[in-house]
Design a protein around this ligand. Structure first.
Ligand code: FMN
Length: 321
């Protein structure tokens, strides 16, 4: 027993030294990320497991999506494995315990990496009132979040992705940025705002959003969420289920979106690349397309909990001379 405790302690110590430190840390959006590999939103929706997940080596963890009020999400079954495709289809629909519950747990965290909070709207809030939901979430989590991601791209809340339309996105982000100014004064810290985009935007839509992002007071973009498309060649029977597809079949589109955003936004705009990073090699490809930071979700299911450290290892090997 004592030997086991000792082994765990040594492993933990080594892991913490490996995932942090000057060699792999990066400063972005006014934050210090201990390393570039994070956990994508939706895995720890209620901020229940931050400390344990942090032990897997993540430099940052994005909790949520949270909504202002708790909600159950869609009836089960709402999550499907596509093992032959290293993919998942989900139509969870923002099941969560509400922004306040997540905020309380975030406050009690011991994890020393960066914690972002991904915010959305309740399913029964009319689209025209969506901004009020995002504003309520921003107020609730502001004091305990290192950054906030405005999720306008989940396919399982009807109408949500319409908020990516420039006529809707601009007023939404302007209002949240205004609120952020007030909260900044009240809390004495500036919390960066990021926007999470869908891979199903056309190249034209993407170009127009990129132009807006460059003009608006937002600090970064997360690309991409799950796709409602079904790329040809999927083998698993569950591919026909309704919902958002994640994992390997999403990678090429997600990389293309990151590349297009990098080209449009220039070298300095922070981009978080997510989608289909089911192996370290794919993470390196997303990084090469222009992502400053990487996130994983489905890869953790199929590759296993070693993925963050394996990916960090390969990134380090690629960047050494
Ligand atoms: C089961 C499941 C739940 C998810 N929930 C959310 C969510 O609540 N909010 C969000 O922004 N993205 C959510 N996502 C999307 C992921 O954060 C990520 O953008 C997407 O899965 C692509 O990455 P991956 O291929 O590595 O899984 C979810 C994904 C899965 C598989």
């Amino acid at each position: 027993m004592a030997a086991l405790r000792l082994r765990n302690w040594v492993a933990r110590d080594e892991l913490e030294r490996f995932v942090g430190g000057a060699a792999v840390g990066v400063d972005l959006m006014g934050l210090h990320f201990p390393n570039r590999v994070g956990l994508a939103a939706g895995f720890d929706k209620n901020a229940r497991d931050i400390d344990a997940l942090g032990r897997l080596g993540f430099g940052f963890i994005e909790v949520g999506t949270v909504t202002p009020r708790p909600q159950p999400g869609n009836p089960r079954p709402n999550l499907f494995r596509l093992p032959a495709d290293e993919a998942l289809v989900n139509r969870l629909g923002f099941n969560n315990e509400g922004a306040a519950a997540a905020a309380r747990r975030l406050e009690a965290r011991r994890y020393r990496g960066i914690c972002g909070v991904n915010i959305g709207k309740n399913f029964d809030t009319p689209l025209e009132d969506a901004v009020k939901d995002y504003a309520r979430c921003l107020r609730t989590v502001y004091g305990v979040a290192d950054y906030v991601t405005v999720n306008v791209s989940s396919p399982n809340t009807p109408g949500l992705r319409g908020l990516q339309n420039p006529n809707a996105l601009r007023p939404l982000l302007l209002e949240l940025a205004d609120l952020r100014e007030q909260l900044q004064s009240a809390h004495g810290k500036r919390v960066p705002l990021l926007v999470k985009l869908s891979p199903d935007l056309s190249d034209e839509e993407l170009a127009s959003i990129a132009q807006q992002l460059a003009e608006l007071p937002v600090e970064g973009v997360v690309a991409t969420n799950t796709t409602i498309s079904r790329p040809p060649g999927l083998k698993s029977p569950c591919a026909v289920e309704a919902g958002g597809l994640s994992g390997r079949p999403l990678h090429s589109r997600s990389v293309a979106v990151v590349r297009a955003l990098r080209a449009a936004l220039g070298p300095d705009f922070p981009i978080v690349g997510v989608g289909g990073i089911v192996s370290p090699e794919r993470g390196v490809q997303t990084r090469a397309a222009g992502a400053d930071l990487l996130q994983v979700y489905t890869g953790l299911i199929y590759r296993g909990p070693g993925l963050p450290v394996e990916l960090l290892d390969l990134l380090a090997a690629k960047s050494s001379p």
